[in-house]
Design a protein around this ligand. Structure first.
Ligand code: IPM
Ligand code: MN
Length: 359
C-alpha cells in the first residue's frame, strides 16, 4: 500500500493528473499493490483565494506520504516567481528532494527536431542536483533603485551536497546505464561543468567526482564536458550520453534542451527525488492555461511522471509496463504529441495507455 499525495495544480494540471491517476490505479490492480490517494489544492486558485502557497502545515502533511504526484503550477493572474518559489521550490527544499532526475528518451513514433536521430540515439538521463547552486537565494541588492545598484546572486555548493548527488548518479549509472555505444563496455557517467571559468564550484565537483569514481566506482567510465559543449553534443551526438550529472542551474538549462529533443512538453517528465524521503514527480510542461478544460492536452508527460514514481517506489515491473504502454501508444496510435493534434482526447489517450497496461 502506497500513500500518494496528488497536487493537480493549475490550468491543464488537473486534466493530465486525472489520466496519470487512471494509469496508476490500473497498474496497481494489475501488479497487486494498492494506492491510497489524497488530493491537495495547492496552486494559483488557492493562492488567489487565501494568499497561501504551500504553508508549513502543508509541508508537514506531505511528509506523511510515500510519494507526491504534481500536475502543474502556474497561473496567468499570478506574477511569475510566486507560485514557483512558494510551491515547487519550497517543496523541493523543505522535503530535501536533492535529485532532479530527467530522462531524455525518444519514444518510437515521436518526432524529434534532431535530423537523422532516432530512439536508439536519444536515450540518456540527466541527474540534476536540485538544492544548491544559484537556487539557494544567496545574495541581495545594495543601493537598489539607484544608478549604482548592485545585485549579487551566488552559486553555493558544499562537499556534502556534491557528494550525495554524485553518489546517486554513480549508483544510477551502475544500475541503469546502457553501456553507451562506441565507448567500450562500461556504463558511463559524464560530469557537465565549467571548470575553465567556475574554478571554485566546478573544481569542487570535479575533484569529488574523480575521487568518488576512483575509490568506489571503478566499473563506471568517467567523462567530463563543459556545459556549453554539452549543449552542442546533445544536439549533434546525443548517442554519446548515458548518464549526465550536473549542478542545479546547468541542469535546469540542459534538461529543457533534452526535453525538446525527445518530443517536448507533451512527453517530458521529471522526478524531484529524496532517496531517503518523500519524492515528487511532475510533467515538466507547465499549466498550459489556454488549453484548460478543452480535453486536448497530452497527458503522456504526466503518465510518464507516474511511471517514474512507480520505479522509484520500487514497483519496477509496474513502472516498466507503463513505459512500454506509453511507447505502444506513441508508436501506434497518436498522430502527434501536440495539444489538439493527437487524434484523441486527453482522456482517450489515458484509456489507451491504461488498456495496454491491463493487458
Ligand atoms: C524546472 C523548472 C523550475 C526550475 C522553475 C519552474 C522554478 O524550470 O523544474 O526545471 O527552474 O527548476
Ligand atoms: Mn526548468
Amino acid at each position: 500500500m502506497y500513500k500518494i499525495a496528488v497536487i493537480p495544480g493549475d490550468g491543464t494540471g488537473p486534466e493530465v493528473t486525472a489520466e496519470a491517476v487512471k494509469v496508476l490505479k490500473t497498474a496497481a490492480d494489475k501488479f497487486n499493490f494498492k494506492v491510497d490517494l489524497a488530493e491537495f489544492d495547492f496552486g494559483g486558485e488557492r493562492y488567489k483565494r487565501t494568499g497561501e502557497t504551500l504553508p508549513e502545515a502543508g509541508v508537514e502533511e506531505l511528509r506523511q506520504f510515500d510519494s507526491i504526484l504534481l500536475g502543474a503550477i502556474g497561473h496567468p493572474d499570478v506574477a511569475p516567481g510566486i507560485l514557483e518559489k512558494g510551491i515547487l521550490l519550497k517543496a523541493r527544499f523543505e522535503l530535501d528532494q536533492y535529485i532532479n532526475l530527467r530522462p531524455v528518451k525518444l519514444f518510437p513514433g515521436v518526432e524529434t527536431p534532431l535530423k537523422d536521430k532516432g530512439p536508439d540515439d536519444i536515450d540518456y538521463v540527466v541527474v540534476r542536483e536540485n538544492t544548491g547552486d544559484l537556487y539557494t537565494g544567496t545574495g541581495g541588492f545594495t543601493m537598489k533603485g539607484t544608478p549604482n545598484e548592485v545585485a549579487v546572486q551566488s552559486a553555493v555548493y558544499t562537499r556534502f551536497l556534491v557528494d550525495r548527488c554524485l553518489k546517486y548518479a554513480f549508483e544510477y549509472a551502475r544500475k541503469y546505464g546502457k553501456k553507451a555505444r562506441n565507448r567500450g563496455d562500461k556504463n558511463t557517467l559524464a560530469l557537465c561543468g565549467k571548470t575553465n571559468v567556475l574554478t571554485y564550484i566546478y573544481d569542487l565537483w570535479e575533484r569529488a567526482f574523480n575521487e568518488m569514481g576512483e575509490a568506489e566506482y571503478p566499473d563506471i567510465t568517467r567523462e567530463y564536458y563543459h556545459v556549453d559543449a554539452t549543449c552542442m553534443w546533445m544536439v549533434k551526438n546525443p548517442e554519446w550520453f548515458d548518464v549526465i550529472v550536473t549542478g542545479n542551474m546547468f541542469g535546469d538549462i540542459i534538461t529543457d534542451l533534452g526535453a525538446i529533443t525527445q518530443g517536448g512538453m507533451g512527453i517530458a517528465a521529471g522526478g524531484n527525488i529524496n532517496p531517503e524521503g518523500v519524492s515528487m514527480f511532475e510533467p515538466i510542461g507547465g499549466s498550459a492555461p489556454k488549453y484548460t478544460g478543452k480535453g486536448v492536452i497530452n497527458p503522456l508527460a504526466a503518465i510518464c511522471a507516474a511511471q517514474m514514481m512507480l520505479n522509484t517506489l520500487g514497483e519496477e515491473e509496474a513502472g516498466d509496463a507503463v513505459e512500454k504502454a506509453v511507447m505502444f501508444v506513441t508508436a501506434n496510435k497518436l498522430k502527434s504529441l501536440a495539444a489538439g493534434k493527437m487524434g484523441y482526447s486527453t482522456s482517450e489517450v489515458g484509456d489507451l495507455v491504461a488498456e495496454k497496461v491491463a493487458e
